[in-house]
Design a binder for this molecule. Sequence first.
Ligand code: NAI
Length: 554
Amino acid sequence: MAHLVFYDSTELDKAQLTNALKETDHYWEYQDDKISLETCNPNAEIISVFTTSTVTREMISAMPKLTLIACRSTGFNHVDLEAAADHNVTVVNVPTYGDATVAEYAFTLLLALTRKLQEVLAVENERLVMPELTGQDLLGKTFGVIGTGHIGQRAIKMGKGFSMNVIAYDKYPNEAIAKELDFKYADLDELLSQADYISLHLPYNPGTHHILNRERLLSMKKGAIVINTGRGGLVDTRALIEVLDDGHLGGAALDVLEGENLLDYEEETALLRKGEAPEELLRHSVEISALKKMPNVIVSPHNAFNTVEAIGRINQTTVDNIVGFYNHEIPNKVEAKPVEPGKLILLRHTESEWNAKGVWSGVTDINLSEKGKNDRAIVGQKLKELGLTIDVAFHTDQKRTADTLSGICQVIDDGRIRTVCESSFNERNYGEYTGMDKWKVKEEIGEEMFNQIRRGWDVPFPNGETLKEVYERVVPAYQNGVFPLLKEGKNVLIVAHGNSLRALIKYLDSIPDDEVGNLEMLMNQMMVYQVNPQTGLKESVEILDTGTKVEAKF
Ligand code: NAI
C-alpha cells in the first residue's frame, strides 16, 4: 500500500480516479492546487501531476519517501527528470490517450479561423450576405503537418478527409506510414513554402525550440495559417506577432503559448504580489495580450486534450501505471532523452583599426575601427533575423572580440546570453611581424614564403606561433569548454580571430594538414555548425553572410 497524492485534480478527475482505484489497497488524497514547495506532501510515496504543475528538484528533495511521479499527460517537460533520476524516483507518463482528441481540436481551430467563426458568432446586426465574414475552403488546399507521430498521423487522416493535399515533415520520416496514409514527406523549407495551413505535432525540447523562427515564418506562403497544439516554445511568438501584423501570414491559432501559465489568474496575481517577474515572462505577457487583440488569431488555454473520453483514458492509464509500478511492470517509464546538440556559431570580430590598415595585430590590443563598431549592429541584427538564440558566447583576451560581442548583445538584447572570456581562442602570436604591414612583408620575403607562414600548418612566424600550436590550444578548449554546452542543447557563439577559428574549423571539418592552406574564414561570413553529439565534429555547416561589407585588405 502506498500513499498517493494527486495534484491539479478536478472533480471529473476525482470521480474517475476514485472509480479506478477503488479495488486497490492504496491510500490516496486529492489536491486541487498545482504542486509547489508549500503544497508538496512530505509523506507522499507517489505523486501524480498534470502539465500545470512544474515538479522541481527542490520539491523532489522535499518528499523523501517519493518513489514515483505519474504524469497525467503525454508531455513530461514539466518534471525535472535529472533530479528524479538522482533521487531514484521513477517517472511515468500517458503516451497516448487522445491522438484523435488533439487532432480534432487542431481542426476545430483551423475551421474556426478559416470560417471566421469568432466574427460570425459576434455578429449582432444580422444581414444575409456579409462580405467581412467570407471565409475559405479547406478542399484543395495544401496542409503541412510537422511531426508525424500519433497526433500528426490523425491530423493527416483528417486533412485527407477534407480533400486537402497533405505534405509532412518529420526528423525521422516513416515511409511505411506515408504509403499507408497516402501523403508525401517534404523537407521543412519545402513544406513551409508550399503549405496553406501548417499544424505542429512535434515535441518541445532544446532542438525544437523556435523551430518556427522569424526566418521560417517569413519563408511561409503569404496568407498561410499556423496551428499550434504542440508546445508554445515551438514558435517564436514575438516574430509570429510581427509577421502577422505585417500581413504576411493569414492567421494563427494557438492552444499552447510561450508563458502560457500567465493565462492562469492565480499565477498572474502571485507574480503581482511578488512585485517582480523575470523579463522573459513580462515579454510573454505583452505578447499574449497583443495576440488576444488580433482579429485573425485564436488563443486557447491548452485545451486540446480536454474531452471527457480523453481525460478518462488519462486517468485509467495513470492508475494502471501506479498499480503496474507496484508489480514491477513499468511500460510507460520516461527516460531523459538525449538532447539534440545546440548550434555552434563561429564569427570573426569586426574590423579593428589595424585590420583597416592591413597590419598584423596578433595578441596586441587594438580598438575596433569606426566601421568595425558600426558593423556590430549589422551582425547582431542578422543573428536576430536568423532566430538564432544564443545561450553562451565566448570572446578572447583581445578587447576587439569582447567589443564586437558587446555590440552584438546590445542588438539581441534578450538578457539570456552568458559571456565567457577564453584565452585559448586568442589570436595567433605573430612574433616579430606583429605591428608590421602585411603587404610590405610580402614584398620583402616574397609570395611563397609569405603564403607559407601565413597559411601553412607548421610554419612559425619568427618568434611567433605556428597554426599547429594555435590548434593545440584551441581544440582542448573546444572539447572541454564548448562541446559540453552544445551537448546540453545550448547554442554557442564564438567571436574570435581568423587563425584561431581556422584552427577550430580544421578540427571540426577534419581537414588534413596539407589542405589547411586553402581554408578561409572571411570577415563577412559566419559559420553555423550542427555537431555530432558523440564526437563533437561537424555533421553539417551553413556558411552565412553577416550582412557586413569587407573593405580592408586582409
Ligand atoms: P509522438 O511522439 O507520437 O510524435 C512526435 C513526432 O515528432 C515523432 O514522429 C517525431 O519523430 C517527431 N519529431 C521529433 N523531433 C522532431 C523535429 N525536430 N522535427 C520534426 N519532427 C520531429 O507525439 P504525439 O503524441 O503525436 O504528440 C505530439 C506533441 O503534441 C507532444 O509532444 C505534446 O507536446 C503535444 N500535445 C499537446 C496537447 C495539448 O493539449 N495541446 C495534448 C497532447 C500532446
